[in-house]
Design a binder for this molecule. Structure first.
Ligand code: SF4
Length: 329
């Protein structure tokens, strides 16, 4: 998702093909800046050196002028080399940097979407401060393009929801990292439910969190979308919502890609890492002044200090106020 501004900038220069994982490929459906999506299934169909070589031979036929390494592994760099790309551009901090023809500074002070966009900057850019591409008006907001299939799936999900005029507010309570899951979503849903239709978004693993929310707020006020939609259809669902409340996880980027106002709750991580929301209307909340915070680039599964104060200490009234402030911003 955060690569889409880079893709859009490169598409202004020529056709762009994207090599991505089986999970990432469907997200790029309908994207007007993408000529072709090429799936690299490194765990199954394209596993091992043989799979890498077969894909490289296929790519070689397209005679690419350049490969931009949004994914910095040595394997990706080797794929670009074997594919014969004349220029290979990536970050100077990446594992595959030895195979690049140009290394770009990894600007820690920028949002990651802007860092990725900086790969398209002309050689000699400093990598510090505001991106020259941004100065030229190139948008750093990610963009996704849900289509008819996604609209149909969301219509089906919402078909039986009473049309009482209540705006939809989405909650994304999950995260693969345990300490990034704010523990008070059920209490927040209970407070929001009289005013809003609360939609819980997430994957199949988040169904238990959705059930907990429905039990606290009343099942009739909740729409459980967990595990029921593709990522692209989830983006379309978020486009229909007045706001999203989420942890520091993927749904905030889906919301940014469709412009839905977003409130992101940060615990062990901070927005300064470069992965915060990019929707034009957004807020971030986190417990300021906690000396142990941030404690990890991703967020550990368990709090190393045991108290998990970074999330437990963010009380529900504070977040509820922030939701209303976001909606009225
Ligand atoms: S160490 Fe601090 S920042 Fe890390 S999980 Fe625990 S309370 Fe949160």
């Amino acid at each position: 998702m955060l690569t889409t501004p880079l893709i859009a900038a490169l598409a202004a220069r020529g056709p762009v093909d994207v090599v991505t994982t089986p999970a990432g490929a469907p997200l790029l459906a309908n994207h007007p800046a993408v000529r072709a999506v090429i799936v690299y299934d490194k765990r199954r169909a394209d596993a091992g050196v043989g799979g890498l070589w077969r894909l490289a031979r296929r790519l070689r036929a397209a005679r690419y002028d350049a490969a931009y390494m949004a994914q910095g592994s040595l394997r990706s760099a080797a794929l670009a080399r074997f594919a014969g790309a004349r220029a290979i551009v990536g970050f100077e901090t990446s594992g595959g940097k030895w195979l690049y023809t140009r290394r770009v500074a990894y600007a820690k002070d920028r949002h990651h979407a802007e860092r990725l966009l900086s790969l398209a900057e002309p050689a000699g850019s400093s990598g510090a401060g505001t991106s020259p591409l941004r100065n030229l008006g190139i948008a750093v907001q990610p963009r996704l393009y849900p289509g008819e299939a996604e609209r149909t799936a969301v219509d089906a999900l919402l078909r039986d929801v009473p049309r009482d005029g209540a705006p939809y507010v989405a909650l994304a309570p999950g995260s693969i990292w345990g300490t990034k899951r704010w523990p008070h979503y059920a209490a927040l849903a209970k407070r929001l439910a009289p005013l809003f239709r609360v939609i819980v978004v997430g994957g199949p693993d988040d169904a238990a969190l959705a059930a907990e929310i429905a039990s606290a707020a009343g099942a009739e006020r909740i729409v459980d979308a967990t595990g029921k939609l593709t990522l692209l259809a989830s983006a379309h669902l978020l486009a229909r919502c007045a706001a999203l409340v989420t942890n520091d996880s993927a749904p905030q980027h889906l919301a940014s890609a469709v412009g839905t106002p977003t409130l992101t709750i940060f615990g062990p991580t901070v927005p300064a890492f470069g992965f915060g929301p990019l929707a034009l209307r957004h807020r971030t909340e986190g417990l300021e002044g906690l000396p142990c915070r941030p404690c990890d680039a991703h967020g550990p599964h368990e709090c190393p200090l045991g108290h998990w104060r970074c999330m437990r200490g963010l009380d529900v009234a504070h977040i509820e106020d922030a939701v209303h402030a976001l909606l009225h911003s």
